[in-house]
Design a protein around this ligand. Structure first.
Ligand code: NDP
Ligand code: 2IT
Length: 450
């Protein structure tokens, strides 16, 4: 489909040419550029400033070899990445992903989205992302440590507490952040807030672990209240994934009065009509690094189905995709709509395909896009940076309350922008525009340096 605005069409064609064979990155850019059509109508001068031409091109992209020795003594080689996408409003900030599917396209789509997400939080953070095609699954702690140390031996020269502050994402949790932090400290001889998601004994923030899932529910609760005068209370919820985001989304949704009936991993999904027993999932995933099907060993009345996509066939009021990109397609959206879903909010980054998003919006399903709905993780990372700078730490409740306030604010910013730019309730458009305007203003004031 062509853009109505010929300038945007030209920008997109340049992005296509420069990033051929990178479908995830092109998907993320196209969605954002589509949102800018009404912005350009109101602010045609944006074309001359080249802000949009610049914002789709990363400021810097680093690719590097990561060699490490496995437990049998054999040398393994992976590829490491860090994309430093935009630093207009603060130091680069964004997670590291360790998963075999990681490539330049995936890292760039994530880095691009992070620019807008971080802006929406209201905190001073630019956008970045990184990672590697290293697969932590089935690796020993020693192998993960040696990989992380090798990865940081290159990455350290590109990052710093006022330059670029990485954090976790898929495959990167407290264990990996600890090994990365230890190696950074050893190389630089500095104990600084160069990573977030750190352990609580060495500079981590209370509530960072819970933040993305909790924030997702705070956002969804506000969306339900404002747009449907409703809430989580009494609702049936389906959550894909069973990692960091999914687990704490399940905890908060349950606290808010909902019943979560299904969760998944990349192999399949569990259905427990009594409501998921989260302690069982946490024991499997956080303690043993096991598979979700082991839930049945503790709860034999639940069912397990092979294949993760089937989860969207389960009847629910609220769906929270919290696994990975493009995990929910047009057909899945059709099933959710046929089963009467009222709200979908994205805990993962870009979990819904463009076809799925279009179907939800056409059917009048409330839709909270990732950039807005899952910003609670990075927002709390921003709070961790503040605490590190102060050499101080806030209580769990203080951080949680700041997080809730930020998520409510993000919803209203996105909702207000959707009204101002002529498509009330289109939070995809609203979030993209609200995130963009702050970055665009900062870029303009700073001149054509990048
Ligand atoms: P985790 O590694 O803790 O968990 C990932 C979960 O998603 C696991 O259940 C995993 O299953 C599943 N999954 C991963 N890849 C695939 C795949 N290709 N197909 C099917 N299932 C898959 O990661 P997080 O919970 O941290 O991240 C989940 C999503 O949330 C990601 O999109 C991430 O970018 C996003 N996010 C994370 C934030 C954070 O603070 N951690 C912040 C904002 C967004 P399996 O174990 O089988 O691989
Ligand atoms: O996608 C994301 O926002 C994250 N993985 C969290 C990034 C961060 O810096 O906390």
């Amino acid at each position: 489909m062509e853009f109505k605005n010929s300038y945007l069409q030209g920008v997109y064609e340049t992005v296509q040419r420069r990033n051929a064979g990178e479908p995830e990155f092109l998907q993320a850019v196209r969605e954002v550029l589509e949102s800018f059509e009404p912005v350009l109508e109101k602010r045609p001068e944006l074309e001359k400033t080249g802000i949009i031409d610049r914002i789709v091109e990363p400021e810097r992209m680093i690719t590097f070899r990561v060699s490490w020795v496995d437990d049998s003594g054999k040398v393994q080689v992976n590829r490491g990445y860090r994309v430093q996408f935009n630093s207009a409003i603060g130091p680069y900030k964004g997670g590291l992903r360790l998963h075999p599917s990681v490539n330049a396209s995936v890292i760039k789509f994530l880095g691009f989205e992070q620019v807008f997400k971080n802006s929406l939080t209201g905190l001073p953070m630019g956008g970045a992302k990184g990672g590697s095609d290293f697969d932590p699954k089935g690796k020993s702690d020693g192998e993960v440590m040696r990989f992380c140390q090798s990865f940081m031996t290159e990455l350290y020269r590109h990052i710093g507490p006022d330059t670029d502050v990485p954090a976790g994402d898929i495959g990167v949790g407290a264990r990996e952040i600890g090994y990365l932090f230890g190696q950074y400290k050893r190389i630089t001889n500095q104990f600084v807030g160069v990573l977030t998601g750190k352990g609580l004994t060495y500079g981590g923030s209370l509530a960072r672990k819970e933040a993305t899932g909790f924030g997702l529910c705070y956002f969804t609760q506000e969306m339900l209240a404002e747009m449907k005068q409703d809430s989580f209370a009494g609702k049936t919820v389906v959550i894909s994934g069973s990692g960091n985001v999914a687990i704490y989304a399940c905890q908060k949704a349950t606290q808010l009065g909902a019943k979560v009936v299904a969760m998944s991993d990349s192999n399949g999904f569990i259905y427990d009509e009594k409501g998921i027993d989260l302690a069982v999932v946490q024991e499997i995933k956080e303690v043993r690094r096991g598979r979700i099907k082991e839930y049945l060993d503790a709860v034999p009345t639940a069912t397990y189905t092979q294949g993760c996509r089937g989860i969207w066939g389960i009847k629910c009021d609220i769906a929270l995709p919290c696994a990975t990109q493009n995990e929910l397609d047009g057909d899945d959206a059709g099933k959710l709509i046929a089963n009467g879903v009222m709200a979908v909010a994205e805990g993962a980054n870009m979990p819904s395909t463009p076809e799925a998003v279009a179907k939800f919006q056409k059917a009048g399903v409330l839709f909270g896009p990732a950039k807005a709905a899952n910003a609670g993780g990075v927002a709390t990372s921003g709070l961790e940076m503040s605490q590190n700078s102060m050499r101080y730490s806030w209580s769990f409740d203080e951080v949680d309350e700041k997080l809730r306030h930020i998520m409510v604010g993000i919803f209203h910013n996105a909702y207000d922008a959707s009204k101002e730019f002529g498509d009330a309730g289109n939070l995809v458009m609203g979030a993209n525009i609200a995130g963009f305007l702050k970055v665009a203003d900062a870029m303009q004031w700073q001149g054509v340096a990048y």
